[in-house]
Design a protein around this ligand. Sequence first.
Ligand code: FAD
Length: 354
Amino acid sequence: MATAAAAVIDTDVVVIGAGPAGLYAAFQLGLQELDTHVVDSLPHAGGQCAELYPDKPIYDVPGLPAVSGRELTQRLLQQLRPLAVPLHLGQVVAHLQADGVDAPSAPGRWRLRTAGELQFAARAVVIAAGVGAFLPRRLAVPGLQAWEGTQVHYDDPPPQSWLDRHVVVTGGGEAAVRLALRLAEAGAARVTLLHRTDRFAIEAALDEQLQSAIGAGWIRLCLGQPIGALAGEDGSLQALEIATERDERLSLPLDLLLPRLGLHPRLGPIADWGLALERKHLLVDPLTLQTSHSGIHAIGDVVHYPGKRKLIVCAFHEATLAAFAIAERLRGGPVPLEYTTTSPRLLALLRGAG
Ligand SMILES: Cc1cc2nc3c(=O)[nH]c(=O)nc-3n(C[C@H](O)[C@H](O)[C@H](O)COP(=O)(O)OP(=O)(O)OC[C@H]3O[C@@H](n4cnc5c(N)ncnc54)[C@H](O)[C@@H]3O)c2cc1C
């Protein structure tokens, strides 16, 4: 529920997703001088490029013979910088609904709300949600969600919640190991790392740090699979029931549980916004990238139209056409083509770029 105090951000356009499609759309919308805000569920920009393959070279981005996912993201952010588009990161857009008239002569407004209680009123929306919002994988233990936000945290809890407490971190990847090391150094009373095996999917240097923390007794390793949650008399989460490799049962007492099982993309709320879909992709007009609702456009991996290719270069093209279509609709007439090389208006906007 939105709090009465939450201020509504009034803007021309909200872009949902800060992957390559969303970042480039924000740039093109900025060139159209449309007030634009970008929202992404991840704590950083770059979408799949940053989350799934940050260090792999991409060879088919025009003009960049080889660029890593991370570097492409940095370059897109650098290109966007002169246009000062606000990025709201770590925010899942959960609700989108019409707010006002919706006719070509009088474009309506769209209300958007994030799970983190940010609210927007926008004249147009660009959905650049890719394969969906990257959200933490939940620990599949019956009843555990009852303690989410109090003793079970999928994001970083405030220090006062783990200082002098017994914290259990579960997971076998870098995020779990780094968090366990950080908490052990920063003052948690006891840190247990819970994982199925004693093999972790981490680089050798990090594994060395982990082994020395285990050797020094800063981190205790617990091997097994959590299968149940045990409540105390006061209703708090007291312990996890663990099945070991030898199929024995043991109880792991805890104050705080921090599952770090990786992220997975979920289209989630977007599928419930009443927009026409084809096999979980938003149907768009390839000329304007408009969805089945006027004022809502979609670009990048989340869309379908005849001939669609899920490539970054195609997302850039779609972002450009969507920005022109939105500008024409909001201004009520044709928008002339201008070159960034020669247009005094665009040069003034981009002054300071590069
Ligand atoms: C391993 C791999 C290699 C690839 N190599 C290439 C290549 O060589 N060349 C190429 O052209 N393409 C490549 N691709 C494909 C390319 O990465 C995608 O086409 C591109 O990332 C699509 O960009 P996007 O912005 O549409 O979506 P994404 O990159 O998926 O970004 C979407 C963003 O939207 C956010 N989001 C979704 N829903 C919400 C919501 N409700 N609220 C807030 N935020 C939300 C997500 O968190 C995400 O950050 C590769 C993909 C993979 C997985």
